[in-house]
Ligand binder design. Structure first.
Ligand SMILES: N[C@@H](CCC(=O)N[C@@H](CS)C(=O)NCC(=O)O)C(=O)O
Length: 196
């Protein structure tokens, strides 16, 4: 199976950590989806990474779909099949993905020339990030075990530290920071670190 990926994408890291936790090897295909001349749309018409191409040729996207496919096929271990636990894990995954969904475009906005940046848009991203981080700090007792929820949240927290270091999110959220440090020691997280 081929994973179309970028080293700096938190969504990709989530998929790679899930695969590692399940003991699945993926062939990595480095992909710059944002490049204007990219023909990656022939693989994933949404034109985002990650995408997973199965040996049959079928292509799966986006990251929650890929993670669920991997878990159903090689688990299940990371997403309970039914019951309250399933909704809990999916909701935690949505919190992690939601943090990425604000932190990633905020970074994109900040990469534009200063005079083209929208302060209003940046404020909305920062509001979403702050709310999610505060919510997680108040709910660290929910972060037990290794599942698609905790994987998504840890990948999102590392992305925030990687791309928005000035936020110093962990300084004011000690319980979440302690949980994330312990989670980061897992080989699946160690082996998928963002570049220095
Ligand atoms: N909802 C998607 C989001 C994926 C996403 O936004 N990926 C970014 C990289 S972090 C991307 O490919 N951006 C390229 C672009 O927007 O041109 C998922 O969960 O897979």
């Amino acid at each position: 199976m081929k994973l179309f990926y970028a080293k700096t994408s938190p969504y990709v890291r989530k998929v790679r950590v899930a695969a590692a936790e399940l003991g699945v090897d993926l062939e990595l295909v480095e992909t710059n989806a944002a490049a204007p001349e990219s023909n990656y749309g022939a693989i994933n018409p949404v034109h985002r990474v990650p995408a997973l191409q199965l040996d049959t040729g079928r292509v799966l996207f986006d990251s929650p779909v890929i993670c669920e496919y991997l878990d159903v096929t090689y688990g299940p271990r990371l997403l309970p099949a039914s019951g309250e636990e399933r909704w809990e894990v999916l909701t935690l995954q949505a919190l992690g993905d939601g943090l990425m969904d604000a932190a990633v475009p905020r970074r994109g906005e900040q990469m534009r020339p200063a005079e083209q940046q929208s302060p209003e848009r940046l404020a909305l991203y920062i509001r979403s990030m702050t709310q999610i981080l505060d919510h997680l700090e108040a709910s660290t007792d929910r972060l037990a075990g290794v599942d698609l929820g905790t994987i998504a949240i840890s990948c999102a927290l590392h992305y925030v530290a990687f791309r928005h270091p000035g936020d110093d999110w962990s300084a004011t959220r000690p319980r979440l920071a302690a949980w994330n440090s312990a989670f980061a020691a897992r080989p699946s997280m160690e082996n998928t670190r963002f570049p220095a």
